[in-house]
Design a protein around this ligand. Sequence first.
Ligand SMILES: NC(=O)C1=CN([C@@H]2O[C@H](COP(=O)(O)OP(=O)(O)OC[C@H]3O[C@@H](n4cnc5c(N)ncnc54)[C@H](OP(=O)(O)O)[C@@H]3O)[C@@H](O)[C@H]2O)C=CC1
Ligand SMILES: CC(=O)N[C@@H](CCC(=O)OP(=O)(O)O)C(=O)O
Length: 390
Amino acid sequence: MQGQSCMLEAPRVVTIRQGARNINRSVQIMNVASVPSTESGSNTKSYVRVGVLGASGYTGSEIVRLLALHPIFQVTLMTADRKAGQSLSSVFPHLLAQELPDLIAINDADFSKVDGVFCCLPHGTTQEIIAALPTNLKVVDLSADFRLRDVNEYEEWYHGPHRAPHLQKEAVYGLTELRRDKIQSARLVANPGCYPTSVQLPLVPLLENQLIEKDGIIIDAKSGVSGAGRSAKEANLYTEIAEGLHSYGVTNHRHVPEIEQGLTEAAGSKVTVSFTPHLIPMSRGMQSTIYVQMKSGITVDDLHWHLSDRYKNEEFVRILPKGAVPHTHHVRGSNYCFVSVFKDRIPGRAIILSVIDNLVKGASGQALQNFNLMVGVKEDCGLLQQPLFP
Ligand SMILES: NC(=O)C1=CN([C@@H]2O[C@H](COP(=O)(O)OP(=O)(O)OC[C@H]3O[C@@H](n4cnc5c(N)ncnc54)[C@H](OP(=O)(O)O)[C@@H]3O)[C@@H](O)[C@H]2O)C=CC1
Ligand SMILES: CC(=O)N[C@@H](CCC(=O)OP(=O)(O)O)C(=O)O
């Protein structure tokens, strides 16, 4: 996949309407025969109409930002709660350049006018909203509502009843590089959490290949504050965050069952992890520092070789050269995950560093990667922006 554009073989020219403008692009859409014509009698059609539920939040607006460069998807519906009735550019002036519909309340949305939705709503509120959507829509849900296969586990960790358990069975967990086949044919994708993305990308291949012990995995993770969303919270005030650092969710963060679910599947038997997240004074970015015990006879070079081999054809997961230290700035604003592996001073142990942008590979970028797959366009469409450094 590396270095390829959105264009597939045997392209055809379609005219894509973006706001008031028609733009000719050479594209091939493989899987969208059911997309209805939106301009009868004209020679223009063949874009996919997408809705963004929760566009006035951080992940919703990040999807709109990424879609500005997407050749096939056009935002035709955006919803908000408190901000309903406003234009998106009045909420987020950095998105002024795009021509977009106004934000409306979900209850006023006409879902016959979209082909798919990104659901960027708080977990807990999402289940009933997705359950009420027309079943022909493709849905990528960024909340945690459909990530855990066991409904009882969801109810335990999220402290409430699940209101759409039938959809829990249908939902495909959307860790793109590791579940591509299932995502391609899914109608509903549960986009992974940011911490679980940064942890599972390096650990799943190592557990699957029995290179590391499943016991004693320690994850020390740090996130920028945008991970907590845009709504005002006392704990996220500048005065609480700046010039300091603190852990939270010690021993009981709700990403524990999500991480353990993925690692258990990879290892073939129950994995229990130590996971401690921290909030650090930056807006976006995340690092997971992971301490693992290697299997007897396995070296750090083996881990490095296997990860490099597993991801050698992947655009967005990069295993760094030995000794290189990733920085959140290396992935800022991009869909990349940078991983490096070090030999620990304690014999037999290794240290794995994994960095992502929580809003892109940890949320909206991976959501777009999944939606591309579900619709049948090239997976990296709209996602090849290079990181913003520093
Ligand atoms: N931030 C991150 O890094 C990540 C977030 N996620 C998940 O993505 C989802 C969205 O997160 P994020 O964008 O950060 O959250 P924000 O708080 O920034 O945005 C939430 C959005 O949902 C809308 N909303 C809130 N309550 C309701 C409601 N009852 N009915 C309808 N709309 C509502 C808000 O509208 P308004 O502002 O108008 O009130 C806003 O548009 C969450 O489930 C989160 O867990 C996943 C991975 C990473
Ligand atoms: C800094 C911060 O508060 N981060 C969020 C995680 C955001 C995310 O990826 O996850 P969800 O989709 O599961 O909400 C938290 O710790 O709850």
